[in-house]
Write a protein of this length. Structure first.
Length: 99
């Protein structure tokens, strides 16, 4: 993974990742690179607000299709669903009542 890729991943982390504890966005100085491989990197994110720490592993794939049958639109759809999902799986899978 080259410097340009790492810089882009740090920008991405700042844009989309929030601390799971206090919900604050991470800033650049909160993000440390722990390891890199040709197609992935491991980051440590230390929240400047509550001092919570998380580890993030990001894989890079330059192809439009992430996995057979899964594309970027599918991932964006799932991200949107999860951002509004309240965690109630019983309600999610409750059979609908038909008339």
């Amino acid at each position: 993974m080259n410097y340009k890729d790492l810089k882009e991943l740090v920008r991405y982390l700042k844009e989309v990742t929030k601390c799971p504890h206090c919900k604050k966005r991470f800033i650049e100085r909160d993000i440390s690179i722990l390891a890199t491989l040709p197609a992935e990197a491991v980051f440590q994110l230390d929240c400047h607000n509550c001092h919570n720490t998380i580890l993030v592993n990001i894989g890079m794939n330059n192809q439009e299709e992430i996995s057979p049958g899964i594309n970027k639109d599918d991932i964006n759809s799932m991200r949107s669903f999860l951002s509004e999902f309240n965690g109630d799986f019983k309600q999610l899978f409750k059979p609908s009542k038909s008339k």
